[in-house]
Design a protein around this ligand. Structure first.
Ligand SMILES: [Zn+2]
Length: 404
């Protein structure tokens, strides 16, 4: 009988506890455990004692075993100090004070939160309340990185957390790491954050990638003296896409009812790259362009921009880009004039993008995962919790510990 209980203790891995009895039901296991009597040191006065004061049975939720939920009926002992008379609870290694679940059950819950799942989904799965899951997770505090990487990117995503619409994400794309999440993109906040790193650490940043939000560039100029500023490719290409869309919509509206049917599928074909059109599609596109001079011009600029992007050498990209800007500014299309002006204002960063090839592509992928995390939870109002969930999700992925 003794060897049998020892065996059970071993399987349950309840370090040092004695299994007294096991009750089994269809979907439920209750294991009665207690700790052996042992000399304890009084927390109040430091005297040694092994005098038992009383017992109280506590029901503690544990990891399920072979599909059955497991509860420990822990007969917890209190000792009385023979020196000062104080009573105190015995030590054990499986449950923390005032908790109703074992430490390993708690750690399993934390582990379950290492992906985009919501708190309520984990709670349902583990058979505990949502507030318990949140309370357990709130003990997690993801640290700020101690240093700064050679390639540093900043971008924002729509988080709608706290009072702010946009939150910032900082990454190290060279190592596929999410560094931190900031509550908003205001300059004052960014500066306060960067001041947390001394000059020596900031000087390690060699490349700074961002979109065309002026405060980012200003900040980089002050705090990353050694860094080459790069405008993310996706963000400036998007300016061109928007310019074309604006002209297309404007012209579609102007041409009116008569051509509505003809224009119905125009978006897909007009935005498709010219060289990828089939013969029939090309014919259709040409017919469309025949209808509007402005659309024809916009189309030409759209196609020409591909040549800028396709250039193999950065010098060639720079040359083609200058020519493109000149043409855009003289096109008579306000959308492209604006686009050209933006490109001039950010010229250096755009050319650096051709030269060094760093982008926010890694960040885009992260933002998509954050979007799923947010959607599963119907949003996060608490910034601290949101930040910790994001960083925890990427932290486990980065170190390859994620088992989901
Ligand atoms: Zn004492």
């Amino acid at each position: 009988m003794l060897s049998n209980t020892n065996y059970t203790t071993e399987i349950l891995d309840l370090q040092g506890a004695i299994v007294k009895n096991i009750e089994t039901a269809a979907s439920k296991l209750t294991v009665h455990v207690e700790m052996p009597v042992k000399e304890h040191i009084c927390p109040a006065c430091g005297c040694k004692t092994s005098r038992v004061h009383d017992y109280r049975v506590r029901h503690i939720k544990d990891l399920s075993v072979a599909g059955r939920s497991l509860t420990l009926a822990y007969r917890r002992r209190r000792y009385r100090c023979t020196g000062c008379g104080k009573c105190f609870a015995e030590k054990n290694s499986f449950v923390a004070r005032r908790r109703q679940m074992t430490l390993r059950f708690t750690s399993k819950i934390i582990e379950s939160l290492s992906n985009e799942r919501s708190f309520s989904s984990v709670a349902r799965d583990k058979g505990v309340s949502v507030s318990s899951v949140i309370r357990i997770f709130d003990a997690v505090e993801m640290p700020h990185p101690t240093g700064l990487p050679e390639v540093f990117t900043i971008d924002e995503f729509k988080g709608n957390t706290g009072a702010q619409k946009y939150q910032c994400i900082l990454t190290d794309p060279a190592h596929g790491r999410v560094l931190d999440i900031l509550p908003d993109r205001r300059n004052s906040h960014l500066i306060e954050y960067l001041r947390g790193y001394d000059k020596e650490k900031r000087d390690k940043v060699k490349f700074f990638v961002s979109d065309m939000w002026r405060p980012y560039a200003d900040m980089a100029g002050i705090y990353f003296k050694n860094a080459v500023q790069i405008v993310d490719k996706y963000h400036f290409v998007r300016q061109c896409v928007w310019a074309f869309e604006a002209v297309r919509k404007r012209e579609q509206k102007r041409l009116g009812k008569k051509y509505r049917k003809l224009l119905k599928h125009s978006k897909r074909l007009l935005t498709k790259r010219g060289t990828k059109l089939t013969k029939d599609e090309r014919e259709f596109v040409e017919a469309m362009l025949y209808l509007s001079h402005e659309l024809r011009q916009a189309y030409h600029l759209k196609e020409k921009f591909y040549e800028v992007l396709d250039a193999k050498e950065p010098e060639m990209s720079a040359k083609l880009m200058s020519a493109w800007i000149l043409e855009a500014q003289n096109s008579g299309l306000i959308e492209y004039e604006n686009c050209g002006n933006t490109f001039i204002a950010w010229g250096k960063g755009i050319l650096n993008s051709f030269k060094y090839g760093y982008t926010n592509g890694f960040t885009e992928g992260c933002n998509n995962k954050i979007k799923v995390l947010k959607r599963n939870a119907y949003g996060y109002r608490n910034f601290r919790r949101f930040r910790n969930r994001i960083l925890f999700m990427f932290y486990l992925r980065d170190s390859g510990q994620n088992v989901a």
